[in-house]
Structure formats: C-alpha cells, structure tokens
Design a protein around this ligand. Structure first.
Ligand code: LMR
Length: 398
C-alpha cells in the first residue's frame, strides 16, 4: 500500500531545517524556522526554566495524568493572568475557559475541531500572507479558509484600509484569525488604534476573533503585546486565543500552549470547556505535564517570574538590535535598495522582500536558508554570521 504513495511535499518551514542539516557547505546559516538563538548562535535553556525544573524534579511525587485533561487549575489561571492581566474582569467573572494544549499548534487544532463542531458551515479568514501551517490545520478539521488583505508589499506596510474593508464584509458567525503580535511572516502589527478599529468591525459584523498569540513579549513587552486582546474582550463577545510558550519560555520541544475561550458568561464558558475536554480526549487524551509545570512554577514565583521577564526582555532587545545591525550591514555592503523598513517590523521575522530566485540563490551558492516567502529569522542572526550574510545578500541582489 505504501509503495503506491506519492511522497508528501516537505513542510515549507520544517523541511528547510531538514535540508539545512544535510548541506555540507561550511559557514552555512539557518535563518528559516522561528527559533531564538543567542549571540553565539545557540538556543539555550532559560535560567529561570532550569531553576524551575530543578524544583519540579525535587518535588515531583507522581507522573499521574494531568487532571482535568483540559489542564490544571493552576496552569489555566496562570495562562489567563498572562493574557489578560491578573484580576481582569473576564477572569473575575469566570467567563474565560482555558484548555492546556501541546503547543500553539495544538491549541489551533483543538480550536479548529471545536469550530467545526459548533459552526459546521463557518469559514476561517486568514491574513494574506500568513503562517503556512494555518490553512493546513483548518483543512485537517474540514474547515474552509479564505483570505483577507494584510500586507502592502509595495509600501512595505500594513495594508490597513483594504484590511478593514475586507473585514467589514466577513459574514456573522465566520472566524477571523488575527496574529496577536509579531505577525508571521511580515512582522507588521496593527497599532492600538487599529486594533480598536478592527474590534469595532468584529462587533458590528458579528464575526468571531481567533487569535494566534505565539510571540507574547517579543514585540514591545508582555503586557504591551497583550493590548491587542483588550478591545475584543471588553466587547463581552466571544474571543478565542491560541497561545504558546515555545518562544517566550524557549520551551519548543516541551509542547506547551493553551486555548482560551472568552464567553459572555460563566455558564457558557463551562459548556464550551466541556466540549474542549471531549475534543482533547479523542485527539491526544491528555496534555504533557512537564512544560506546563515549568510555566506554572515560574509565573507563580515572584523571583523566578522577575528573572524570566528579564530573560524575555533580553531576547527582545537582542532581536531589535540585530534588526538594526542587519539594515546597517546591507547598506555598508553597498546594497542600493532601502531596507530601513525592516526596523519597523516586530518579533523574530523580517519580511525582506527577497524573491524566490534570491532565496534559491542564497541557498545554492552560500548555504543560507530562509523561508521561500523571503521571511528571514532575525533571531538567528549573530555578530559572527552578519558579515557573511550581508555579503551574500548584496551579491544576490546585484
Ligand atoms: C515558524 O513560523 O517558523 C514557527 O512558528 C515554527 C513553526 O512551527 O513553523
């Protein structure tokens, strides 16, 4: 049976790292997958995480299942506090329900299965462009997707007018996927005023906001980045938030994230949660505990939390610094095009405007791997690979 199969195409992001590993070129550089590297090109375990793990290891008494299978009370409360701020009205009135999921992708898939059950005819609207896994996740749950304009490639900015016009036409009951911050792949986020305007449209039209919030803390700050949620949650209407601790805790391979539903009342939230538990049970039964224990330990311990917050700030500052150095390096290498727009983008990714031909040439000639859309992981740039990277890009742009 397997013999008759066609090979599946490689994943547009994960497949690049597989190809990178096989490339024998010395000095090769992987700027594809969104993984943070320090200035030595390493992806270290956070100090706060190591300390939490030591504590967990010493205190651990059981490997029993996580109960309930939607996540412990402590973890879910910690997630909600980070998203909305401790004591927020939506938390106090118990109209939030959180399910612990394996990573942000797990949260998106549980959300997709729930949407398919709740609104079998709904569509999910995705920004153009978006993370290449988004359409695949919704397709896997049998949900059709459509696109709304997002990025002005010519002006190198958010295409806000057309974006808002398109969202004014999304029918009631459909879902609009919004990237909470550090839009993947463009790095261009709406301003606070623009978020308010989008929330107004959601309310007027009756579509449901579905946030993919995988980079909290990497744009302007932990609380600052969560401002995108504020006007939607204040409306009292339903909001879906898929959050991840892969990047902001560096817990990539622990697979820890959450789906948080904000409802109009505690009763509605509890009803929705009962279905999330059912969906989880038939998917993977029970979430993995280690990552969530780390997150809960850190967020509930003032000293560890302060250390973690400063580690997140360190990442954010290093990425912003590299962004500027990258722009300066391209200029110093004689690149004619103005790349200063890259400093306006937020988070790990630079949407460079490099074409598929440039991307291929960087890979073939220099062993420099970036995503086919021209997305470059700035968090993989270091003082020691910058010179070679700048020279190679200057060469392919000639
Ligand atoms: C990315 O876009 O590179 C990250 O979100 C990692 C992934 O799983 O694709």
């Amino acid at each position: 049976m397997f013999e008759a199969l066609e090979m599946a195409p490689p994943d547009p992001i994960l497949g690049i790292t597989e190809a990178f590993k096989k490339d024998p070129k010395p000095g090769k550089i992987n700027l594809s997958i969104g993984v943070y590297c320090d200035e030595n090109g390493k992806t270290p375990v956070f100090n706060s995480v190591k300390k939490a793990e030591q504590r967990i290891l010493a205190d651990e008494k059981t490997k029993n299942y996580v109960s309930p299978n939607s996540g412990t009370v402590e973890y879910c409360a910690a997630v909600q506090g980070l998203l909305f701020g401790a004591g927020h009205e939506a938390i106090a009135s118990k109209r939030c329900a959180t399910a612990h999921t394996p990573g942000g992708t797990g949260a998106l898939r549980v959300a997709a299965d729930f949407i398919k059950f709740l609104k079998p005819d709904a569509k999910v609207w995705l920004s153009e462009p978006t993370w290449p896994n988004h359409p695949s996740i919704f397709a896997a749950s049998g949900i059709p997707t459509a696109a709304y304009p997002y990025y002005d490639a010519e002006g190198k900015k958010l295409n806000f007018g057309p974006l808002l016009d398109a969202l004014k036409k999304v029918p009631a009951g459909d879902f609009v996927l919004l990237h909470g911050c550090c839009h993947n792949p463009t790095g261009m986020d709406p301003t606070v005023d623009e978020w308010n305007a989008i929330a107004e449209v959601a309310k007027a039209q009756g579509w449901v906001p579905l946030f993919d919030f995988a980079y909290q803390g990497l744009a302007d700050g932990l609380a600052e980045d969560a401002r995108c949620l504020t006007p939607f949650v204040a409306s009292g209407r339903e909001v879906y938030v898929c959050s991840s601790f892969s990047k902001n805790f560096g817990l990539y391979n622990e697979r820890v994230g959450a789906l948080t539903l904000v409802a109009d009342s505690e009763t509605s939230a509890q009803k929705a949660l009962s279905h999330l538990k059912r969906i989880i049970r038939t998917n993977y039964s029970n979430p993995p505990a280690h990552g969530s224990n780390i997150v809960t330990t850190i967020l509930n311990d003032p000293a560890l939390r302060a250390e973690w917050e400063s580690e997140v700030k360190g990442m954010r500052d290093r990425i912003a610094g590299m962004r500027q150095v990258f722009v300066d390096t391209l200029k110093a290498k004689g690149v004619k095009q103005d790349f200063s727009f890259l400093t306006k983008q937020k988070g790990m990714f630079s949407f460079s405007g490099l074409t598929k031909a440039h991307v291929d040439a960087l890979k073939e000639k220099y062993g420099i791997y970036i995503v086919g859309s021209g997305r470059i992981n700035v968090a993989g740039m270091t003082p020691s690979n910058m010179d070679a990277l700048g020279s190679a890009i200057a060469e392919v742009l000639k």
